[in-house]
Write a protein that binds this ligand. Structure first.
Ligand code: PRP
Ligand code: ORO
Length: 194
């Protein structure tokens, strides 16, 4: 799967959105990759999870980041037959009161999330896993928005890998976009300096 094929999937299933969005980091953007509906499209879900599984190498467990990254991490863990753990968004206030779920039976984990912007969500998950002992050296996302995640994760010893970058996807689908979407897309490309 290349950036073009991924772009077509995102656009055809309404997972690439144009408008005014506030991101997790507080940044504003005119473009939003919404992969939360992906599990509602089994063919595309399987394709993306299989592609990510194929590109991974090594002996490690998978750590999903709730909420957006968790269905994908689960699918990749099943396809690649790797143990899964996941990090909650907030600490459970009853029962086990945990932030991390699953059995930590691997020495190393790869974090899986749907999208990376600043990398803050991945870093948060990696720190939680590391606090329990295992190492985290790699993280995978479907789309890297190229807005600082790779650099900030590198500083913490984590390599960020993606199926495609958002600038690559946007450039490849730009000509097929209606005028309003095209102008938002161009604004985003300007912001990330492409
Ligand atoms: O690289 P960052 O700047 O951290 O941004 C990316 C994060 O933002 C989104 O999650 P969101 O916080 O919207 O939560 P959700 O997955 O629970 O919807 C996305 O799923 C990533 O986890
Ligand atoms: O930075 C974010 O919060 C973010 C960006 C994006 O394109 N998609 C998403 O789910 N989150």
């Amino acid at each position: 799967m290349d950036a073009h094929e991924l772009g077509i999937i995102l656009i055809s299933r309404g997972m690439l959105k144009f408008g005014e969005f506030t991101l997790t980091s507080g940044k504003k953007s005119n473009i939003y990759v919404d992969l939360r509906p992906l599990p509602s499209f089994p063919e595309e879900f399987m394709k993306i999870a299989t592609e990510m599984s194929k590109r991974m190498n090594g002996d490690f467990g998978i750590c999903g980041v709730a909420v957006g990254g968790l269905p994908l991490a689960t699918a990749v863990a099943i396809i690649s037959r790797r143990p899964l753990i996941y990090v909650r968004k907030e600490k459970k206030e009853h029962g086990t009161e945990s932030l991390l779920e699953g059995s930590l039976n691997m020495r190393s984990y790869v974090i899986i999330d749907d999208v990376a912007t600043t990398g803050g969500s991945i870093l948060n998950a990696a720190r939680i896993v590391r606090n329990y002992g295992p190492d985290v050296k790699e993280a995978w996302v479907v789309v890297d928005r190229m807005q600082g995640a790779a650099e900030s994760l590198k500083e913490e010893g984590i390599e960020l890998k993606s199926l495609a970058t958002l600038p690559d996807i946007v450039k490849l689908v730009l000509d097929s976009l209606p005028e309003r979407e095209r102008s938002y897309a161009l604004k985003y490309l300007g912001e990330v300096g492409v």
